[in-house]
Design a protein around this ligand. Structure first.
Ligand code: HEM
Length: 427
């Protein structure tokens, strides 16, 4: 980054921080969400946002909804697109070096951030790997992997739920799907730790440099993997995504890399925190723990209710692609709407007594944690499978597992979870 770019970014960050803090002080819910210390309880602010109406305008110029009905409708509305970054701080611009080159960004360059028709084509290249049938075939693999990790933990007096267990599952499973035999967990964990929090936006020049360096490493790793699979194709997910791209020569090389990087990273921080959040529920809620031990088949309900009650992804953003009127509110073209997914999940209109964790809630699955509409999470079924298997087998193996030290929360606002949950098997 040139000196001029660095100075401009510093000025922008300072300006944005000052405006946000001032509006937060005046009570603006969106400004309060953005400027809250990462990791603090966000649910009271979502309630305040809902109290302002189903769709309200923030002083920051964006609209906000914590209503399930309105959030769901916006996510399904083709007049809203995902091309939102340009209006905030455009990572694609920020990541450029002094010669204008930049690494691929797994979120901003991939189909999660692309509108149809290209979105539809790129999503189709991966969708067959996440069908119910594909997941049935994967079930024994997930069970084997989780059992293997539990075998390694068996006999240890103390361990840590996130690093030693939750994080390893999504990394290992996606590596199995990619055909990567020897898994460097520390490398993927490092990448996730740098890139996950940037869903909140970058907060400093140093953080941006760190993100840039990490993305260069990520790209080098996947360029090499793609080259190896081209030389010796197999039946793995990467080889098949390459085949799909080769059959459509107008798709760019960058689209292929971004798609593969997205699969690796979109499924990592999200799923590890779902497993962590579900684990923390069972470690702190005696009734829920007794249920899962007595009725292990309740694991999918538990996972669904944890997704609703404390989602690992808290919000997403859309921008109006044309002037739109929603709930009588005129939204100008290009204006962004923040959909508070975790706020919608506690909308009392849809979920009675929403702050209560209820494993028998009949409609937990109506949560918006995997979004809605055309960008509905491709990996939702895989995440559900991994988390339910993890909880079922963890508490069968360690029914007396308990927290043995201070829990450290993740320093992020959009991704919610913990980075450290020390545990001991107890007796
Ligand atoms: C608890 C775990 C997960 C959560 C909470 C989650 C959440 C989400 C959300 C909210 C979106 C849509 C964002 C938006 O609408 O703006 C999304 C999209 C996506 N997710 Fe997930 N995800 C999880 C796990 C996974 C896994 C395991 C994978 C794959 C290995 C995955 C791959 C994707 C992909 C490829 C998209 C883009 C879909 C599209 O744009 O059409 N996710 N996810």
């Amino acid at each position: 980054m040139s000196v001029k770019q660095t100075l401009r970014l510093r000025a922008m960050l300072l300006g944005f921080g000052a405006v946000t803090r001032a509006q937060a002080w005046r009570g603006d819910p969106l400004a309060r969400i953005i400027s809250a210390p990462p990791g603090t309880d966000p649910y009271p602010v979502y309630e305040d946002a809902r109290a302002l109406g189903d769709l309200s305008r923030s002083k920051l110029g964006l609209y906000v909804t914590a209503s399930h009905r309105v959030g769901d409708a916006i996510l399904r509305d083709p007049r809203f697109g995902v091309n939102t970054r340009a209006a905030l701080m455009d990572m694609k611009v920020l990541l450029r070096d002094s010669r204008g080159r930049r690494p691929i960004h797994p979120v901003d360059d991939s189909f999660i951030a692309i509108d149809p028709p290209l979105h539809t084509r790129l999503r189709r290249t991966v969708a067959p790997w996440f069908t119910p049938r594909a997941l049935r075939d994967l079930t024994p693999v997930v069970e084997k992997v989780v059992t293997e990790f539990l075998d390694e933990l068996d006999g240890r007096a103390d361990w840590e739920l996130i690093h030693d267990f939750a994080a390893r599952i999504p990394i290992r499973i996606i590596c199995e799907m990619f055909g990567i035999a020897s898994v460097d967990y520390d490398r993927f964990t490092r990448w996730g730790a740098v890139l996950g929090p940037t869903l909140d936006g970058v907060r400093s020049v140093r953080e941006l440099r760190n993100v840039r360096e990490t993305l260069v490493d990520v790209e080098a790793f996947f360029v090499d993997l793609v080259e190896r699979r081209r030389r010796a194709p197999g039946d793995d997910l990467v080889s098949n995504v390459i085949r799909a791209h080769d059959g459509a020569p107008d798709l760019a090389r960058e689209d292929l890399l971004a798609t593969i990087e997205l699969l690796m990273l979109a499924g990592y921080e999200t799923t590890l925190n779902l497993i962590g959040n579900a684990g923390m529920v069972l470690l702190t809620n005696q009734q829920a723990r007794e249920r899962i031990i007595a009725e292990p088949d309740i694991a999918p309900n538990l996972v669904e209710e944890v997704l609703r009650w404390d989602s690992s992804v808290q919000y997403t953003v859309r921008a109006a692609t044309e002037p739109v009127t929603v709930e009588g509110v005129d939204i100008p073209e290009g204006t962004m709407v923040v959909v508070l997914l975790a706020g919608a999940n506690r909308d009392p209109q849809v979920f009675p007594d929403p702050a209560r964790l209820d494993l028998d809630r009949p409609n937990s699955r109506d949560h918006l944690s995997f979004s809605s509409g055309i960008h509905y999470c491709v990996g939702a079924g895989l995440a559900r499978l991994e988390a339910a298997t993890a909880m079922r087998l963890l508490f069968q193996r360690f029914p007396h597992l308990r927290i043995s030290g201070p829990v450290v929360r993740l320093p992020s606002r959009n991704i919610r979870g913990a980075i450290r949950v020390p545990v001991t098997p107890g007796n």
